[in-house]
Design a protein around this ligand. Sequence first.
Ligand code: ATP
Ligand code: MG
Ligand code: MG
Length: 552
Amino acid sequence: ETVKPTNFIHQIIENDIANEKVADGQIVTRFPPEPNGYLHIGHAKSICLNFGTAEKYQGVCNLRFDDTNPEKESQEYIDAIAEDVRWLGFKWNGDIRYTSDYFDQLHQWAVYLIEQGLAYVDSLSAHEMREFRGTLTEPGRNSPYRERSVEENLELFERMRNGEFDEGDCVLRARIDMAAPNINLRDPVIYRIRKAHHHQSGDKWCIYPSYDFAHGQSDALEGITHSICTLEFEDHRPLYDWFIENLPVPARPRQYEFARLNLNYTVTSKRKLKLLVEEKHVQGWDDPRMPTISGLRRRGYTPASIRNFCEMIGVTRSNGIVDMGMLEAAVRDDLDANAPRAMCVTRPLKVTVSNFPEGEEEWFELPAHPKDESMGLRKVPFSRNLLIEQEDFEEEKPRKWKRLAPGDAVRLRGSYVITCNEVIKDESGNVVELICSYDAATRGENPEGYKPNGVIHWVSADHSVPCEVRLYDRLFTEANPDGDKERDFHDFINSESLEVLTDSRVEIGLKHAVAESHYQFERLGYFSVDRDSDENRLVFNRTVTLRDSWAK
Ligand code: ATP
Ligand code: MG
Ligand code: MG
């Protein structure tokens, strides 16, 4: 049985398996986030690729926190990231792993490099090191400390480890080639002093390995066969390979790069998202306007929709910007098929059905889903006191108006046709109530030859449940908020990205709707129950409108 390759990474893996380059044929991948923020939709691409690839080839995928910058990291981020991966529907291999689990081994390997004459303690200042590094067109220069003896280096490194130096006094560098055309090979820093408490290793260490030194070796220790990362690490690959070749590592992982996901009308960088949170442009990392996985979840995105989106965009080596409309289309497809229907009136206008007796009610049985009988029926009450959407009535009706107007008839979805007989206004001239009559012959269907103007949604005022509805717009006013060299993404924050309607009413069947459940509110879009809901107040977030409203 052959598995069809769906991207270039899968093609590489299938070749490796065919050529028996994979020990025991077992594919091992990893997803290696740094716990310095919440994951965003770009990370979802990496998660789907790493976990999805492992699943496809009956391999395993590790979850490893790349925790070499203790000052920027925290347990809160670790917990949030693990929850995001779990929620997306992936299961990691064994326990959560941490690069910090390997600090002892990495330290021994650093000592090993010193002993081989392949690493030295440099006492240049950071500024001097930068000057000595050279440029793309000019080779670097050797540090005056590059020729320190093995003994001296071992002693200095030991003293670094013992905390005898201050941060920045010295670093450990790999001794490779200061004239290498690839700047990453010009004696990269492999250990630096950070007198910081670490969320996993506590105060055991005051020296920490660099990303480049830690990553490949951690891959080797975990038996990762294919170490998949984004294109900005392509130039680091020779260094990745240099460490693997020069250290007695237990396995031979290889790095492969793919293009990051960029999405328009948002930013996908933890650093920038963190600023949005800290500066209170949003209410938190999981604000439904954020492109974080937790924000999308709260907005009402489903795991399936995000996974399908990642399938749709594919995996390539060319950078591009994906339209937000694609992400929205993915969730629309999923919710169209799976979300029960309901009616919600977001800005209510009172309708009194004058020929329907006060105190009586009539219950309609409507399908929970028009295309899926298995979802059953829902009971919707009709009464004398109804609410319709303010927007669905116009006193001076525009041309081709398909809703209600004085003297006109309209069908109330799933029930009767009503005719507007009288318009009641308050002292300032605002329409506050419509007196209508219903036509008993129109129950559920139109009598022959009869055609009302249109169909609108409604609820019974006496039965419906009060709720809050939160409507969201794009977080940025520009498609590429990072694209302007002169300006910064802050200049393009949409100050009207959130609209809160506190006076809304939803049909009674949703009274006990649970947090994170999904509904299609007829004519309004897909909504999800926010976790701010409680016994007395339901809160709904609009996930997405029914049709693409992004295309301008
Ligand atoms: P950020 O700049 O947002 O902090 P990062 O790459 O520094 O991103 P990591 O925590 O190191 O964040 O990312 C974990 C994994 O997710 C890495 O393998 C990284 O390449 C991948 N990744 C991060 N951003 C994207 C993206 N936009 N598209 C695809 N993969 C991504
Ligand atoms: Mg990173
Ligand atoms: Mg980062």
